[in-house]
Design a protein around this ligand. Structure first.
Ligand SMILES: N[C@@H](CCOP(=O)(O)O)C(=O)O
Length: 467
């Protein structure tokens, strides 16, 4: 298995090189040269596997034996040892057709832990094996940053800098990042929004002399390993459902901001998981919904919502989807992405929109609808949703429910991370101890303006460099 770029100008590389490259050096996103498929028979055989065993099988299709099997198994075991549920990701059934896959039982109470707990260990493994210094650079709207920091804090040979939008993440998200005192962690709180943070890091990853000098590594979903690790839970959820539940097909409702969570589902489907519908749930920052419903991919005014992790306009993995949409034609992707850069928007024909809608259904959730969904599900099922997971459920209610198949709605975070929203509907929740204790810890962060040169100066003062 080799990996190439959606823009066609990266010579095929192996698994570890792909992991280390993160963003393609030609500015594209890395994808496998061809996606391996899994037969129905193979899937059936995987039904009895634990989450960790399943992940091992799926990763083995991609790693080219570059990581010896015993090492890969150990890395996976260690990555989920800190999850509080014995199932790693429990599947809760709410009614005959609706199941909630809880992805938030990891160290920072968000779905990002599923991939990043593993990626942190993988970076430490590569750092040791190849005697490399790893300088991680990431942008976050709240959850990725906390999870990435947690996965590498204090680890030998690794430095991590995370940019987050100052004042635009929840209080708990901010504390999870900024109360970490390890020397290998730098938090930059940027006076701007998430798109500003992501823009800066993408420019730095595309600046090859800078990237090489500092050996910059990615933890965001631009890194294909993130996508692959997230695709595992689609297999897992599908296999956990009973045959009866699966008889009319299985659909997923997926809160997504950077298009990574849903693209992982798209990958799982391409690999052979029999998924009927992928329903994309977004908030008032609805560029992805407009793309899918109207065929217009165009950022519009940024809005702060109750689900800040999805307050995103430009979605990284849009380009990966585009690549498959245009038939894996890197020239066509490059032309469209160039057009987007020049004109600030892309438009798709009616026939193309019809094709997109065969892949993905979209639904955007307003602030009021989000709160109403939390309230209704608390009253109806005694189940407290966080605002992002509520968007997923609202999309199931609004766009998916008509389907006669089963629905798996992804619960992407614990409600305690977003108490600001939960309080608005008059619910007082008890925080898990690991969250409660954050409020007594001192914070450490550097506030910077959204000026690339200032951010670069901070990075240069922080990262270790190769001699
Ligand atoms: N929602 C994310 C934004 C970054 O997305 P990623 O999937 O590319 O890491 C966050 O919480 O930071």
């Amino acid at each position: 298995m080799k990996y190439i770029s959606t823009r066609g100008n990266v010579a095929p590389i192996g698994f570890i090189d792909m992991f280390l490259m993160g963003l393609g050096e030609d500015g594209g996103l890395i994808v496998p040269e061809s996606i391996p498929t899994v037969s129905g028979k193979q899937l059936d055989q995987w039904a009895k596997l634990s989450y960790q065993e399943l992940m091992f099988e799926i990763f083995s299709l991609y790693t080219n034996d570059e990581i010896p099997a015993d090492d890969l198994k150990r890395l996976i075991q260690e990555s989920y040892a800190g999850f509080t549920s014995p199932d790693v990701l429990p599947l809760t059934t709410l009614n005959d057709s609706l199941h909630v896959l809880e992805l938030f039982h990891g160290p920072t109470f968000a779905f990002k832990d599923v991939a990043l707990s593993f990626m942190g260990n993988l970076y430490a493994y590569v750092a040791k094996k190849q005697n490399q210094v790893i300088n991680i650079l990431g942008a976050t709207s709240g959850d990725t940053g906390a999870s990435a920091i947690s996965s590498v804090r204090g680890k030998e040979g690794i430095q991590i800098c995370i940019l987050h939008p100052n004042g635009k993440v929840s209080r708990v998200q901010e504390l999870q990042m900024t109360t970490v005192q390890d020397d290998n962690v730098l938090n930059l709180a940027v006076n701007g929004n998430f798109d500003d943070c992501q823009q800066v890091i993408k420019e730095l990853f595309a600046d090859i002399p800078f990237k090489s000098k500092y050996h910059l590594r990615a933890i965001n979903s631009i890194n294909f390993v993130r996508i692959l690790a997230q695709s595992v839970y689609y297999f897992y959820a599908y296999l956990k459902l009973s045959e009866k539940a699966r008889e009319n097909g299985v659909n997923f409702s997926i809160p997504t901001g950077n298009f990574g969570n849903i693209f992982s589902g798209y990958l799982a489907k391409k690999m052979g998981v029999p998924i009927k519908q992928l329903v994309l749930a977004t908030n008032e920052n609805n560029i992805l919904e407009r793309f899918i419903r109207e065929g217009v991919y165009k950022p519009e005014g940024f809005r702060s919502t109750h689900s800040p992790s999805m307050d995103i306009q430009i979605a990284s993995n849009f380009e990966r989807y585009l690549y498959y949409f245009v038939g894996e034609d890197a020239v066509a992707v490059t032309a469209r992405m160039e057009k987007f850069k020049q004109e600030g928007q892309l438009t798709f024909t009616e026939a193309e929109v019809a094709r997109i809608q065969q892949d993905i259904t979209a639904y955007s959730v307003g602030n009021e609808e989000c709160l109403n969904t939390i309230r209704t599900y608390q009253e109806r099922y005694g189940y407290l949703l966080d605002p992002h997971s509520a968007c997923g459920i609202a999309a199931y209610e609004g766009a998916g429910r008509k389907d006669d198949g089963a629905f798996v709605s992804l619960a992407t975070a614990h409600p305690a991370k977003f108490d600001e929203a939960i309080r608005l509907i008059g619910i007082e929740q008890q925080f898990p101890e690991r969250i409660q204790e954050l409020f007594d810890k001192p914070q450490q962060q550097v506030i910077v303006d959204n000026v690339k040169a200032d951010i670069v100066a901070r990075l240069e003062g922080f990262y270790r460099v190769y001699q």
